[in-house]
Every structure is written in C-alpha cells, then in structure tokens.
Design a protein around this ligand. Sequence first.
Ligand code: ADP
Ligand code: TRP
Length: 344
Amino acid sequence: MKETLAYYICSMNKEIVVSGIRSTGYLHLGNYFGAIQNYVLMQENYECYFFVADYHALTTHPDPKLLKANVYRVVAENIASGLDPNKVALYAQSDIPEIPELYLMLNMLAYKGELEKVPTFKEKVRSQPDNVNAGLLTYPVLMAADILIQRAVKVPVGKDQEQHLEMARNFANRFNTRYGQEFFPEPQVFRFNQSAVKIMSLDGNGKMSKSENVNATIYLSDDDDTIRKKIMKAKTDSGPTEHNSVMPDYIQNLFLLMDLTAKPGIADTFRSQFNNCTIRFGDMKKQLAEDMVAFVRPIREHAANLQADETAIKKILKDGAEKARAGASKTIEGARKLIGINYY
Ligand code: ADP
Ligand code: TRP
C-alpha cells in the first residue's frame, strides 16, 4: 500500500507510457534490446504501465497448464532485466476488466475491411490457416484498448508494431469525433534512440522470436553452454576478400550483438579486421559467446530466483493491477458517460 502511494505521488504530472509483451514463450535478446531496455530507461521519468499481454496470447490457443508459468516468467524476466515494480505498474492484462470493456466499445468503431488489411493479420492467415479466429482479426483493437485505457501518449515498441499504433490513433480519433470530445490523446511510438534495434535470428532467417528459429534465438533463460553453442553455430561465411566490403546482414547482426554486450573497443577491433580482410569469424564468435554468457547469466539467475518465489510474483501482479485499475476505471466511467451508458 505504501509503495502504491509513493507511486502516485511521484507519478503526478508525468507523461503516461504503456507497453505490453505477450506471454507466448521465453523472452529473448530481441525483446530485451527492442523493448525491455527502453522500459528500464523510461521508468525514471514517466508514469509507466507495463503489462503481460496474456489475452493477446490466447489467439494461438496456448496450453492452459503453460499459461500461468509463461506469465510469471515474463514478469520475473522483466524485473531481472532492471524493471522496478515500485517505480512502474507491472500487471497482467487479464487483471484489468476495464480493458475488455473498452475493447468492446472500440470494436464498434473498427471496420472489417481495415482490420483485414493489417500486415500482421495477413501473415497469421498465411501461417495458421486453420485458426483464423476473430481475436486475431481484432488484435489491434485490443491493443488500442490496452493503450487508451490509461490515456497513454507514449508507447515503446519495436518497428513491427508501428501499424498497430497508427490504428490505435485512428480508433482514438474516431471515438473523439463520434462522442464530441478530445477524450483520448493520440498515442505515439517512442524510442530513446531514433533507429529501432532489430535483432535478427542467428541463422540469418528473420528476427529472433519467442516461437520461431528457436535454435538461432538467444533466450534470457539459456544456460551458459547453450548460449556458447548457439553463437558458435551462428551463420557466417568465408569472410571478405576486398577491403571495406559491405557486411552481409547476418554479420552486421553479430557486430550489433557485440556492440550491445562487449566492453567498448572490442567490436571496433573486429571491425577493422573485417575491413582489412584478416577477420576470423571463429575468433569473433568465441569472444561474442563469452560476452553474451556474462551478459545473460545475471539476468537468468535473478529471474530464476524470482520465479521460485510465487508469493512475491503474485504480490507484484496484484499491486500492479491495483495501480493500473485506478486510471482504467476513471477512463471507462468517462467513456460510458460519453456513449450514453449512464442509467442510474
Ligand atoms: P515475439 O515476436 O518474440 O513474440 P512480442 O511480439 O511479444 O515478441 O514483442 C514484444 C516486444 O519485443 C515488442 O515491442 C517487439 O517489437 C519487441 N521485439 C520482439 N522481437 C524483436 C526483435 N527480434 N528485435 C527487436 N525487437 C523485438
Ligand atoms: N502487440 C504487441 C506485440 O506483439 C504486444 C502488445 C499488446 C502491446 N498490447 C500492447 C504493446 C499495447 C504495446 C502496447 O509486441
């Protein structure tokens, strides 16, 4: 209770930030550098609402036995990565009943045609043709509800989510126009450094992700030897034959990972070797493997300790939901009134 009060006092007048991560599996370096690292930076200066998007995860019908463990793991790995539940509201989407209520309202303002055109939906239709459910179609509406329920103005997400954000702005504007008031602000994508970090899969095929390219994705829960094995197997080639050659994207990705995890200067040494054609990728990967092991180990160990303490995780989720519901209930009350749902 004390923390909640402290949270309210220091969050007064700060810009509101919302972001979510789906509980669809193990978090990886892409989630860390693309999302969580931004969350950790933002917690000092913004009023932050970070949540586990467990309803969004239902679109792919997860095994009920795994769902809870997945939610707990996302919470533990976020905290182990530096998020402080005393500074932010950290909660499960399904603990905020105002979200599905706003989702229902916004669904009346979302059109089948525009939803069918969303690239992430089209991609799911291709990849899971046997399960094209309405939840997939309305995924951007639920995401808009997550954001608008807190009347957030900044949303730290990767490049792949920009279109969803644009839809959230459209729904906000449509609501405002229909009900004649600037009720919802327009949420904007937010990043500390302008260029979005995108971590590719180590086999060079697509991005690191929770469920694809598992052997070429480094998870925050991977043990030391698994990390070493994955890095040593990363795609390379026989090396450049001309000075200052253009780097293939899978080599650029290894350099990016080195920039993000090694001591300053190390990546530059290998970069000069690349530029004068003396680089040995085996040596570079050995160095990267050790830096990556040292980077992931403390996060993995901290997360494992937290996950072992279910009572602590439950308390974090409960406190987070309490903080998130304070603003959410005000928003839903206002939205109901504007729509005309105020009978008593
Ligand atoms: P996943 O695609 O692994 O299931 P989510 O869709 O839950 O991950 O994404 C959570 C956050 O992590 C989003 O902000 C997303 O942009 C970011 N993210 C996911 N994968 C990557 C990646 N490979 N590189 C950079 N950011 C990523
Ligand atoms: N769709 C996001 C993703 O796949 C997760 C998400 C759900 C989210 N609701 C959100 C992100 C609200 C930011 C804000 O990464």
